[in-house]
Design a binder for this molecule. Structure first.
Ligand code: HXC
Length: 258
């Protein structure tokens, strides 16, 4: 499908979705969010794709929701259309692993979009922020909830109340990103991580994602039971025998998603 605000490339089991509104620092307008939802649905359905990378430009992952577009809306408009609700659901419905490769600004909805991915690899020039307060609004697709879970109340409150930006080093220290790499190596690092993930059994990758995400939704004892049962259920798969036999036979496992 031809897109205008994103570029999609599928190579070697990895779909790279690049946000592409350079004149607006990849601000998230309804067209871009619609195209992103559609590309994610395609990548989910494409059997060749085993991991997805979401990225932007070297200057901006995304500088937030499109302020020009939002400025024209009323309460009735946003409430009745449930603004950003469907798009957020579409992103969260992706069961395959999604890596955010973030360079430059990841602000407001851009930071929230990165946090909806499974983990964030940041370039050393990345800047994260939830500056919605400067516009007289609060975060709308998870900032107050996910940033708080990622970095704790103190930093989350600081970011949301002052609107200040966090650089990549602070973001790694605080646990928002999994690693920081030189900006010039960002895509190479993300591709290497995605290729590693693509080698695994998809059954196991999906299970890992469900189990980790469940930790945000439930009590510790319920989460532990969920994990243990998932672990037990893996013994019904051929990939479990293959993985364990390959280890014992000192060879690389050949997973078949069965
Ligand atoms: C629309 C935007 C934009 C945005 C930047 N642009 N951010 N357009 N919506 N969120 C546009 C600018 O208007 C400008 O267009 C061009 O991109 C370059 O931006 P500059 O400001 O000239 O660049 P710079 O001086 O380098 O400053 C970069 C910046 C600044 C610090 C990132 O652009 C900025 O503060 N942007 C807004 C960040 C923000 O408040 N985000 C939260 C949005 S609310 P022209 O045509 O003038 O060249 C939000 C709510 C989330 O995200 C709710 C759920 C999704």
């Amino acid at each position: 499908m031809a897109y205008e605000t994103i570029i999609v490339e599928v190579e070697d089991h990895v779909a790279v979705i690049k946000l592409n509104r350079p004149d607006a620092l990849n601000a998230l307008n309804s067209q871009l969010l619609g195209e992103l939802a559609s590309a994610l649905k395609d990548a989910s359905a494409n059997e060749k794709v085993r991991c997805i990378i979401l990225t932007g430009s070297s200057k901006a992952f995304a500088a937030g929701a499109d302020i020009k577009e939002m400025s024209e809306k009323s309460f009735v408009d946003v409430f009745m259309s449930d603004l950003f609700g469907n798009e957020a659901t579409a992103i969260l419905n992706v069961r395959k692993p999604v890596i955010a490769a973030v360079a430059g600004y990841a602000l407001g909805g851009g930071c929230e979009l990165a946090m909806m991915c499974d983990f964030i690899i940041a370039a050393d020039n990345a800047k994260f922020g939830q500056p919605e307060i400067n516009l007289g609004v609060v975060a709308g697709i998870g900032g107050t909830q996910r940033l708080t879970r990622a970095v704790g109340k103190a930093k989350s409150m600081d970011m949301h109340l002052t609107g200040r930006f966090m650089d990549a080093e602070e973001a790694e220290r605080a646990g928002l990103v999994s690693r920081v790499v030189p900006a010039k190596n960002l895509m190479e690092e993300a591709q290497t991580a995605a290729a590693k993930i693509a080698e695994k059994s998809m059954l196991t990758s999906l299970a890992v994602k469900e189990a980790v995400n469940r930790s945000f939704e439930t009590t510790l004892s319920e989460g532990l039971l969920f994990e243990r049962r998932l672990f037990h259920s893996m013994f019904a798969s051929e990939d479990q025998s293959e993985g364990m036999n390959a280890f014992l036979e000192k060879r690389a496992a050949q997973f078949r998603d069965k």
